[in-house]
Design a protein around this ligand. Structure first.
Ligand SMILES: Nc1ncnc2c1ncn2[C@@H]1O[C@H](COP(=O)(O)OP(=O)(O)OP(=O)(O)O)[C@@H](O)[C@H]1O
Length: 378
């Protein structure tokens, strides 16, 4: 699903490579932690997967594509296969929860009907169905991160990249966010998460790739956080949920994730299944749209409370019911968008949020959202 072959990344003006001849393979359905000291190269790995940065040498394959073969014009289409979540949430401050999630679908031209179904489904999954009309500043940090996760998964990405998604959250809230990420992984999405949080890594017992000065020094199938190079400080605060909180990330269940997940129960959220077995792996090549999608004017989307009262609906991660899609959607699987913060070297300096999310190519028709970022309110 993701393969790095001899990847070296050297940023302009630096003497030492951020990544130094990395070889790496991540399989479909895996949950992978990237750990390592600050500056070890974790975010660089994520940016390379997104094609936000180009390697100095070596090749990267994502979803069957050699990233060198994807032209800049097609990068936004490629990125619809990826969802990205950041430490600082990056919500649109003047849009409510529903519209923040709807935004990413509007920009890629999804129909109003699709949006009116997919957004409530996704908000329900992340536990925010009741708060669809709130503005970001009316939410807690954890709730804001749930909105960001909803936005990242609403179009059903095959890969979810998370760059320190719990970095601004307290331990209990972090545990809840991790349970949500685990449930997303359980429904088949590959999750790659860069983190410094030892407690989370130790509890999850998933694959751990440790970077040190741009090289991989550890790759464990079910690892913990601490090693000689990143020791856990005795007595340091660990992200432990308080006693009354539901137990999280414990006892992996043997069942493989379902291909089309049901809406996970609360129990499922807190007892995430183990990673998908390696057998059922490698995917077909995911097509990147050969032609640009037709420009569809973003339809004004307003949440109706009745939308949130509907009977049980399929998980937002499951394939949607037959939906009218734009022609380009026939060739681009329903996915979501990326958001890594680092500016592409060859991109214009002033990018709109849609461009940062990979929803529009730089220079494409700007949207009218008055977009700006909003960070945690905590
Ligand atoms: N745009 C850039 N220009 C120059 N150097 C960069 C750039 N981005 C990252 N670097 C350098 O590359 C190295 C790896 O950085 P990277 O952000 O990948 O590390 P990280 O492990 O994610 O760190 P952190 O945990 O602090 O986020 C660091 O030495 C950093 O200074």
């Amino acid at each position: 699903m993701i393969r790095f072959d001899h990847i070296t990344k050297k940023y302009p003006g630096t003497t030492r490579p951020a990544l130094d001849s990395i070889d790496l393979e991540i399989l479909r359905g895996e949950f992978v932690f990237l750990v390592g000291a600050s500056g070890s190269g974790k975010s660089s790995c994520l940016r390379l997967v997104l094609k936000e940065e180009k390697p100095t040498s070596g090749s990267i394959h994502v979803l069957g594509h050699d990233l060198r073969s994807i032209s800049n014009r097609k990068v936004p289409y490629f990125r619809r296969n990826l969802g990205v979540v950041f430490q600082d949430f990056r919500l649109l401050p003047n849009k409510n929860v529903f519209d923040n999630v709807a935004f990413s679908l509007q920009v890629i031209g999804k129909s109003r009907g699709f949006i009116q179904e997919a957004v409530p489904d996704t908000l329900k999954m992340v536990g925010l169905a009741e708060k669809a009309l709130r503005l970001p500043h009316e939410l807690s940090g954890g709730e804001q991160q749930r909105v960001a996760i909803a936005r990242a998964i609403v179009n059903k990405p095959q890969i979810l990249l998370a760059d320190e998604p719990t970095g601004n959250l307290d331990p209990t809230t972090s545990a809840e966010i991790m349970a949500l990420l685990a449930s997303i992984n359980a429904s088949g999405t590959t999750v790659i998460m860069a983190t410094h949080e030892a407690g989370i890594v130790d509890k999850m017992q998933r694959r751990v790739i440790e970077l040190e000065h741009g090289t991989i020094v550890r790759d464990e199938r079910q690892g913990g956080y601490a090693t000689a190079s990143i020791p856990t400080v005795p007595g340091a605060a660990q992200p432990e949920a308080p006693v009354q909180a539901p137990p999280v990330f414990t006892a992996p269940v043997v069942a493989a994730p379902a291909a089309a997940a049901e809406v996970p129960s609360r129990e499922a959220l807190f007892f995430p299944p183990a990673p998908m077995p390696e057998a059922a792996r490698e995917p077909e090549v995911v097509p990147v749209a050969a032609e640009p999608e037709p420009e569809v004017e973003p339809a004004p989307v307003s949440a109706r409370l009745s939308d949130f009262d509907r009977p049980a609906v399929p998980s937002p991660l499951a394939p949607p019911a037959a939906e009218p899609e734009s022609p380009a959607d026939d060739t681009v699987p329903a996915m979501t968008r990326p958001i890594l913060p680092v500016t592409q070297h060859d991109a214009p300096e002033q990018l709109t949020l849609a461009e940062k999310l990979g929803l529009r190519a730089p220079g494409e028709k700007p949207d009218q959202t008055g977009e700006q970022n909003v960070g945690p309110t905590r």
